[in-house]
Design a protein around this ligand. Structure first.
Ligand code: HEC
Length: 124
């Protein structure tokens, strides 16, 4: 191979490499945005969260009303402006100074993302 075609070949390989890297980054981002399955999340929610956040997520569960601060109302669009990873963090680690405990030890990571998807769906 003479010098010229070899250069062209190298250039082409580098271009292809960049396309692969960018496509990979794009796909990872796209899948992160759609993490979690709301239907699966509802099952976990009904079992673990309704006591405080209420069956419809309005923060009016049997134990929710007497809390200070009250359990979050997930149907409140203003409160639900937070990004998914913040909600995920609250579910995983709890909210300091409130009766919201962390569920990282008792609920799988996939289920915590499912919960995010479900409570997100309540304000739509
Ligand atoms: C013992 C009552 C209780 C239970 C059970 C409970 N929560 Fe909470 N939750 C709270 C309280 C109280 C807060 C704090 C509200 C505040 O900060 O104003 C809270 C806050 C949150 C937040 C943060 C909202 C925000 O504004 O950032 C999320 C998300 C959340 N809860 C999800 C859940 C999920 C999902 C479950 C079930 C796995 C659950 N909670 C179970 C009482 C509870």
């Amino acid at each position: 191979m003479s010098q010229e075609p070899r250069r062209k070949f190298m250039f082409l390989m580098i271009v292809i490499l960049f396309i692969i890297i960018f496509a990979g980054a794009f796909l990872t981002k796209a899948s992160a945005a759609g993490k979690g399955n709301a239907e699966a999340g509802k099952k976990v929610y009904d079992a673990k969260c309704t006591l405080c956040h209420g069956a419809a997520g309005k923060g009016d569960g049997p134990a929710g009303a007497s809390l200070n601060p009250k359990a979050t109302n997930f149907t409140d669009k203003e409160k639900m402006k937070k990004p998914d990873d913040e909600l995920f963090k609250s579910i995983s680690d709890g909210v300091k100074g409130t009766s919201m405990i962390g569920y990282a030890g008792s609920t799988s990571e996939a289920d915590r993302w499912n919960l995010v998807a479900y409570i997100r769906s309540l304000s739509k």
